[in-house]
Design a protein around this ligand. Structure first.
Ligand code: OGA
Ligand code: MN
Length: 328
């Protein structure tokens, strides 16, 4: 027969075992019901088994962070989050950025301020005329960019949910800037090292024909310095941090700097680096803006394309007083 003492020690052992099991569940690298299937070599993966019904728990979040650090872009099929679920999922990874309604002025929004309205719909949910100012402005999404690199603290993760999608066109394309860096000629790498590119919303909007910014907008979005050779904190790998918001290079004359940036972006967006995604409604795509550029592709603008995005803010400015901040 067990003595009281034995019973107590069995109880304690049982409790310790349960705790150890719970810790194991939390810590083990991939919870059993999640599968990660790379669709490119080491870039872009499909993640099945993650529910958006509640924010990711410790083990699930850890798995997602490890996967994004490795693959840079993750697609979650059948996620179909409600607005609340979408916000809560994004918030699990950090503070959300409020979108600026900058170029279009202080306009009313179709959806709440934490969402980027990636749609061709007006306030009443009707298709925007393709030649309207707002539709035209949104076309800047079709230029290669990293979200909000025109801010001193640029974005970390984006979560874009596909809601209503056109039958053809409207794909989203991605480039992993780490692979681009690895492929750069040694001489070009040396030319990029230590250089600071100044990003600006004005630069990308200029490319789609917008010039009229007010003083407030100019001040807010015109001078965001970022290293051209940026170390991606999630993997420790270097990436070529370019995109259509990059305007000029600190210390270079404007034309030379811009030419160099154009050449680099052309190199980065060669076919061999691009992964093109054809959307299925209900999918959410997460990407890491610290090492990925992306763009939307054209579609028949008389057809609805409705998506919304939440964006997690970066950890701080990448450059302070002219010096590159490590680990951002
Ligand atoms: C975005 C974006 C591209 C697209 O949501 O940040 O750039 O395909 N989207 O609409
Ligand atoms: Mn974008």
């Amino acid at each position: 027969m067990n003595s009281k003492k034995d019973l107590l020690s069995n109880c304690i052992e049982g409790f310790q075992f349960a705790r150890a099991l719970a810790a194991f569940e939390l810590e083990r690298s991939t919870p059993l019901d999640i599968s990660i299937e790379p669709l490119g070599k080491d870039f872009f993966a499909r993640v099945c088994g993650v529910s958006f019904k509640s924010p990711p728990s410790g083990g699930v979040k850890k798995t997602i962070v490890e996967a994004i650090n490795k693959y840079s872009v993750l697609v979650f099929p059948d996620a179909a989050p409600t607005e609340e679920e979408h916000l809560a999922f994004g918030r699990a990874f950090g503070e959300l950025q409020l979108t600026s309604s900058s170029v279009s002025g202080k306009r009313k929004r179709r959806i709440r301020a934490e969402f980027a309205d990636v749609s061709n719909l007006d306030l009443n949910g009707r298709v925007l005329p393709a030649d309207s100012r707002l539709a035209h402005n949104k076309q800047a999404n079709q230029l290669w960019h990293s979200d909000a690199s025109f801010r001193k603290t640029p974005s970390k993760f984006s979560f874009l949910a596909g809601i209503r999608l056109p039958p053809s066109g409207g794909e989203t394309e991605f480039v992993d800037l780490r692979a681009v860096w690895d492929a750069l000629p040694e001489k070009t790498k040396q030319e990029c090292e230590g250089k600071i590119a100044v990003h600006s919303l004005l630069a990308s909007r200029r490319r789609v024909g917008f010039h009229d910014f007010n003083e407030e907008e100019r001040a807010a979005y015109s001078h965001a310095p970022h290293p051209l050779a940026r170390v991606h904190p999630g993997s420790g790998r270097k990436c070529l941090f370019v995109g259509s918001h990059a305007d000029f290079i600190d210390g270079n004359d404007e034309v030379t700097g811009r030419q160099f940036l154009d050449e680099l972006l052309e190199f980065a967006t060669q076919e061999r680096f691009i992964y093109s995604h054809k959307w299925t409604p209900g999918e959410v795509i997460m990407w890491d803006n610290r090492c990925v550029i992306h763009r939307g592709r054209p579609w028949d603008m008389s057809v609805i394309r409705e998506m919304r995005r939440v964006t997690v803010d970066g950890d701080g400015p990448t450059v302070v007083d002219g010096s590159i901040v490590p680990g951002i």
